[in-house]
Design a protein around this ligand. Sequence first.
Ligand SMILES: NC(=O)c1ccc[n+]([C@@H]2O[C@H](COP(=O)([O-])OP(=O)(O)OC[C@H]3O[C@@H](n4cnc5c(N)ncnc54)[C@H](O)[C@@H]3O)[C@@H](O)[C@H]2O)c1
Length: 591
Amino acid sequence: MERPFPTVAVVGLGTMGAGVAVAVARSGRRVIGIEADEASAARALARIREATAHAVARERLTAEERTGLLARIAVGHALDAAAGADLVIEEVPERLELKREVFAELDRICPASTVLATGTTALSVTRIAAATARPDRVLGLHFFNPVHSMKLVEVVRTVLTAPQAAEDAAAFARDLGKEPVAAGDRAGFVVNGLLFAYLNQAAAMYESKYATREDIDAAMRLGCGLPMGPLALLDLIGVDTARTVLEAMYEQSKDRLHAPAPILGQLVAAGLLGRKSGRGFYTYEAPGSSKAVDAAAGPTLPKAAGREVRTVGVCGSGTMATGIVEVFAKAGYPVLLAARSQEKAERAKAQLAKSLERSVARGRLTGEQRDAALGLVTPVGRYAELAGVDLVVEAVAEDLAVKRELFAALDRIVRPGAVLATTTSSLPVISCASATSRPQDVIGMHFFNPAPAMRLVEVVSTVLTAPDVTATVLELCAKVRKHPVECGDRAGFIVNALLFPYLNDAVRMLQEHYATVDDIDTAMKLGCGYPMGPFELLDVVGLDVSLTIEQVLHQEFREPGLAAAPLLEHLVAAGCLGRKTGRGFRDHARR
Ligand SMILES: NC(=O)c1ccc[n+]([C@@H]2O[C@H](COP(=O)([O-])OP(=O)(O)OC[C@H]3O[C@@H](n4cnc5c(N)ncnc54)[C@H](O)[C@@H]3O)[C@@H](O)[C@H]2O)c1
C-alpha cells in the first residue's frame, strides 16, 4: 500500500504543532509548517531546530538524520501553502472560533481530496467539521505531549467522517511509529475522558480535607502503581487546562462528577495554574520547575506519642492475613497467626513458608532471614491465645457480621490498651469498633494485595479512634517499612474511592460502544503511563469484588455517576468474574 499522506501541513507550531511537525518529517514526509505571522514563524523554526538539536544530544536522532529532517520542513505564515498538502493537521490554540475560522479557510484553500485534522483536546470535532463543506474528510488526530515520546494517537471520528479517512489517518499514525486508537467525538475522547473525571475527584477529595495532598498523591502512586499522584499531575497539566477540559465534559455529560471542583476555579482565579506559574496544589522552586518546595518529604508523622507494640496477632488464614503476617515477621515482630482451627493456622503458615521461599529464590531474602521470620510466627487455632498481644490485625472474610462477631470476641479476650485493627477495604471501621466496649482502640489498617510487596497502608481513624492509637499505627507502619496515609472512615478510603469510579467509567465507555476493550486499555497505558489498562485491572481484581466496591461507593455518596455500570452487573450475574473464572472482560481460557 502507498504511504498515506506524503505531504502534510501543520498549522500552528507551538508545543504540539512543533512536535508533530518533527515526528512527521522524521517519517520521511514533507512538512509545510504554517504559523500566524512572520515573527511566530521564525520563533517556531527556532523551536524546531532547538528540539531536534536536543534530540541529537540525547542520541534519539543522528546529526545526519536531523539535517535531512530539517530540510523536509518548510515554515511560513501563509495558510495558502496548505494547498499542496494531502493532510492538514491543525494545532492552533484551544479556541473553537479560532479553529472554525482556520478550518473554513483551509476548506477554501485545499483540494477536495485533502483530509483536515484537528488537534483539539476538548472541543467538538463535529462543530469544527461543520465550518467546512467536507465534514466527511474532517477528523481529530489527538497527539500527546511530548509528541516524540508519547506513542498514543487518538483518531477521532465524527458521525460524518468517512471510514476511509479514519483508516488512512490510523495508518498514517502507525507509519509515524505511533499506536492509534479509535474514538468517537466526545469531550475528552478516551484518555482525558477517563483521566480528568478521576483528577476532578482527587481535587474534590483534597478540597473536602478528607486527606492531605501528599497522602492522596502517595496513595495513588503506591496503591495503584501510577507514575504520578493526581494533584501533582494536575499541576503538570495546568489547572486551567484541566478546568477547561472538565467544563467541556460536563457540558456534554451533565454528570456532576465532571463539574470542575470549586478548588480548580479558585486556583485559576488566583493565577495558581500549576508548575507553569510556579504554584498550584504545590509550590515549585520557580515557574516551569518540576521541583516542589513545600511537599512533605516522607509519610505522615504521628501527632501524638504512640503505644508500645512488641507482639502482634493476625486473625485470618487467607491471602491478606498471610501477607500481613509476613510483613510483621520480616520486620522482627513475634506474630500469633490466629485462625478458626489449628489446621487452618498451620496451613496458612505453610503458605507463608512458600512465599518466603520464593523471596529466597529471587535473591530478596537470605536463608537465615527466612528462618528467622518463620521462627517468629506461631500458628494458633483459638482467638483466646491473643490475650497478651499489643496489636491485633483482623483480616478475615469481608462480611460485616463475621467481623463484628470477631471484634466482640477480641473485646472479651485481648488485654486492655491493645490496638485492634481491621484491614477491611469496603466496610465501615466504626461498625467493627461499635461491636466492642473500647471503640477508641479500634482503627483501620488497609493493606494492599500482595501485602509484602505493596508499600501502602491506609490508616483509617473513626470519629472515636484515640489519637495515640492512630499514632501507634503510623509509627508501626514506618517500622515495618510501609508508607502510611491517613484518612477518615468513609467508603473506599482514598484509593478505592478514586480508582473504582474510573474503572466504572471505563466499563460505561465500553457499554456505550464508544471504544473497544483493547483500545481503552492501550489508551490508558500509553496515554497515562498506567501499568495496566482498566479492563486488565478489573479482570485481575475480580468483577464481583469490583462490583461490591462500586455498590458501596454508590450507597455512601448517592452520586448517580457512581452507580455500577449495568454491563459489570451482567458479567457478574453470568459468572464472568475475571481471571479467577477464566473469563471477564477478556477470555483468559482461550489465550
Ligand atoms: N499542550 C498539550 O499538552 C496538548 C496535548 C494534546 C493536545 N493539545 C491541543 O493541541 C492544540 C495546540 O496546543 P499547544 O499546546 O501546542 O498550543 P500552543 O499555544 O503551544 O501553540 C499554538 C500555536 O499556534 C499558533 N497560532 C495561533 N493562531 C494561529 C493561526 N491562525 N494560524 C497558524 N498558527 C496559529 C501560535 O502562534 C502558537 O505557536 C490545542 O488544540 C491543544 O488543546 C495540547
